[in-house]
Design a protein around this ligand. Structure first.
Ligand code: NDP
Ligand code: GDR
Length: 372
């Protein structure tokens, strides 16, 4: 039985990957941070009681900033594959805590690589590093491929750049099977609520149900190449199953602006959204509503989107568009979702979730209303 060790198992990708590897028959070990509240909501449905004989999923307390913990765990587990997905992954937040991000996202990767080397597991253990399209940063070339130069634009991206190169260096210096997946943005109903796609789909669902009136956004001109996390974790797995370790771009090859993502998300619930004004004065107004969702609270004339500069970033990544030619030809990887299928699934999932909130509100319970 193959053993996988996943850092970041409680995150979006970790949850999908753990489920995928369990289905493939792996024993799955995950690194979980100690927190004062439960932080396993995304993996509770695949949790296996360690008392049950034959349990193939095991969680271990730890942190990417703690070398001795990582060395001990990797020694105990003796993994065939490590997926290093753990990271402080929010670009805007990285401007507020750059040192912690460097420690976790950059040096955390070094700690994993060093642990494998020091424990004499270089030949046995294959390592996947969660690299990112944020490495391309300021536009140098469109579309972006494995050969496009990097120009990181945030403390997050700079930390991930170190992680990228230290992974390449350990592969070349110690002949380790260590790879980078340069993944473009990928989302899902499990996406963290403060990333833009989920913030939008959640807000649309809440507005339909009358739980929220407006959403405040940052730079809605930004363009991203958005795919579905379910497709992208399959690419991670494929990257570790090749004859030769290498780095791959994983993307859909299609780009959409944040503004257009919003228009499409509102359209899915029957509301046409139009934008008026410019810069920080720009607003999004509902033009017409066809009631495709029962009890839709949205009405023509509602001002549902406004700009709040506090969501702007000191340095922005304006345009990401990936060229997945290499991963398609070598890995045989092809995404099943496009951006429309993705956002429809996300809006529908948030409508289901928010209906629960709506029932609570009708029952007289307090419903919290976070705007991020
Ligand atoms: P999430 O933010 O959803 O998950 C991040 C995970 O890392 C969580 O499990 C989190 O734990 C954990 N983590 C954070 N800090 C530490 C730490 N100090 N020690 C151990 N674990 C920690 O990210 P995604 O699932 O979206 O992304 C997975 C990886 O892929 C990340 O490295 C991200 O940077 C990268 N990436 C993501 C892309 C995307 O579009 N989603 C695109 C390209 C790269 P907790 O649950 O306790 O917070
Ligand atoms: P990103 O994702 O920075 O690309 O990083 P995010 O969804 O946060 O932002 C995408 C774009 O939308 C713009 N934007 C807003 N973003 C947020 N979060 N909130 C807003 O209100 C808002 N308004 C506009 C942003 O400025 C940006 O241009 C994600 C993360 O998952 C990283 O970990 C990963 O490496 C990259 O994707 C690829």
């Amino acid at each position: 039985m193959k053993k996988a060790f996943i850092t970041g198992i409680t995150g979006q990708d970790g949850a999908y990957l753990a489920e995928f590897l369990l289905e493939k028959g792996y024993e799955v070990h995950g690194l979980k941070r100690r927190s004062s509240l439960f932080n396993t909501a995304r993996i509770d449905h695949i949790y296996q009681d360690p008392h049950d004989k034959g349990a193939r999923m095991k969680l271990h307390f730890g942190d990417l900033t703690d070398s001795t913990n990582l060395i001990r765990l990797i020694q105990e587990i003796q993994p065939d594959e490590i997926y290093n997905l753990g990271a402080m992954s929010h670009v805007r937040v990285s401007f507020e805590m750059p040192e912690y991000v460097a420690n976790t996202d950059a040096i955390g990767t070094l700690r994993i690589l060093e642990a494998v080397r020091l424990l004499g597991l270089s030949e046995k253990t294959r390592i996947y590093q969660a690299s990112t399209s944020e490495l391309y940063g300021k536009v140098q070339e469109i579309p972006q491929s494995e050969r496009t130069p990097f120009y990181p634009r945030s403390p997050y991206a700079v930390a991930k750049m170190y992680a990228y190169w230290i992974t390449v260096n350990y592969r070349e210096a110690y002949n380790m099977y260590a790879c980078n997946g340069i993944l473009f943005n990928h989302e899902s109903p499990l996406r963290g609520e403060t990333f833009v796609s989920r913030k939008i789909t959640r807000a649309v669902a809440r507005m339909v149900l009358g739980l929220q009136q407006k959403v405040y956004m940052g730079n809605i001109d930004a363009k991203r190449d958005w795919g579905h996390a379910k497709d992208y974790i399959e690419a991670m797995y494929l990257i570790l199953q090749q004859q030769k370790a290498d780095d791959y771009v994983i993307a859909t090859g299609e780009t959409t602006s944040v503004r257009d993502f919003m228009v499409r998300a509102f359209a899915h619930v029957g509301a046409s959204l139009v934008f008026k004004g410019q810069g920080v004065k720009e607003v999004g107004i509902i033009d017409e509503v066809k009631n495709v969702v029962e009890g839709n609270s949205l009405k023509a004339g509602d001002e549902v989107v406004a700009i709040d500069p506090r969501y702007f970033r000191p340095t922005e990544v304006d345009l990401l568009l990936g060229d997945p030619t290499k991963s398609k030809s070598i890995l045989g990887w092809k995404p099943k979702y496009d951006v429309n299928a993705l956002l429809r699934e996300m809006v529908d999932a948030d409508l289901d979730l928010m209906r629960g909130e709506s029932h609570l509100k009708q029952g007289g319970f307090r419903v919290y209303n976070f705007h991020e």
